[in-house]
Design a protein around this ligand. Structure first.
Ligand code: SF4
Length: 262
């Protein structure tokens, strides 16, 4: 059954376009004690969730509000070409998107394609991407990845992408959602923090957090949930959350957690 609201706003099945909670939502009933038992009080950026508040109904309402609060189109990194995007996402590990984009710009100004990067000295790549941090490891991975892509092209599945050097689950998910238009859960640090605070997940482990979202929400929502929670974590639900400015403060089980107001 599709809601009237959804009928009025026809969108494709892609989460980045749909993004509405509907009958596809399949969040299971929280297991008694499970959420409270798995949380680690006092953990950096974590506010313990009151289990009684983390009901399915409130989660649906939280999602509806957050979904409507943020723009339909959310992106954090520039897309010049699929290969450049993949490299930029690799560079974004443990640094800001701005630093990653600037490092990518510098790298591509000297080595414009996979063939050129594959033939370059690692030390030269390292110097060009230095500001993105972890440049030793990133330069080796980018060179090795470029050699494979120069030979065989960029894989088009999560599994294939994750076989490339330096490409983990988050990088692969970014690529398939942004470049291939498929749905994927992108579990970065912001996403994991917010998802747990609002009761969508009960873990700070990225892979487990992504798995829980995949299990609990329909695939058509995966990318949209990822982008909305990520943006909410950057702008409002920061490590020290701005609960008084938050659109879901009345429903969030962690509201006021950083100030002891909850
Ligand atoms: S109410 Fe506070 S903890 Fe909850 S989502 Fe908003 S900012 Fe985060």
């Amino acid at each position: 059954m599709v809601s009237e609201e959804k009928k009025k706003r026809p969108r494709s099945s892609e989460a980045s376009k749909s993004g509405r909670m509907d009958s596809n939502h399949r969040y299971p009933a929280p297991k008694a004690g499970a959420i409270a038992a798995r949380r680690r009080p006092g953990q950096r950026g974590d506010c313990s969730v009151k289990e009684e508040s983390a009901s399915i109904a409130s989660q649906k309402n939280i999602w509806k509000i957050l979904d409507g609060h943020y723009p339909e189109r959310i992106s954090f990194l520039p897309v010049v070409s699929p290969f450049r995007f993949l490299v930029t996402v690799m560079l974004s590990a443990s640094t800001t998107d701005k630093q990653a984009a600037e490092a990518a710009e510098k790298l591509f100004s000297v080595y414009p394609d996979p063939q050129a990067i594959a033939s370059a000295d690692v030390s030269s790549i390292e110097a060009l991407i230095h500001k993105a941090g972890l440049s030793k490891a990133k330069s080796k991975n980018i060179k090795a990845m470029s050699a494979i892509v120069a030979e065989s092209g960029i894989p088009e599945t999560m599994e294939g992408l994750q076989k490339l050097p330096g490409v983990g689950e988050k990088t692969a998910a970014c690529y398939v959602s942004e470049i291939l238009g498929k749905n994927a859960v992108i579990a970065d640090t912001h996403f994991v923090r917010v998802a747990m605070r609002i009761g969508f997940t009960d873990t700070v482990d990225r892979a487990a957090s992504a798995r829980e979202i995949r299990e609990r929400f329909d695939e058509s929502l995966w990318t949209r949930i990822s982008m909305v929670l990520n943006l909410h974590g950057r702008t409002c639900c920061k490590p020290k959350p701005l609960c008084t400015e938050c659109p879901v403060s009345a429903l969030c089980p962690s509201s006021g957690c950083a100030t002891g107001q909850s």
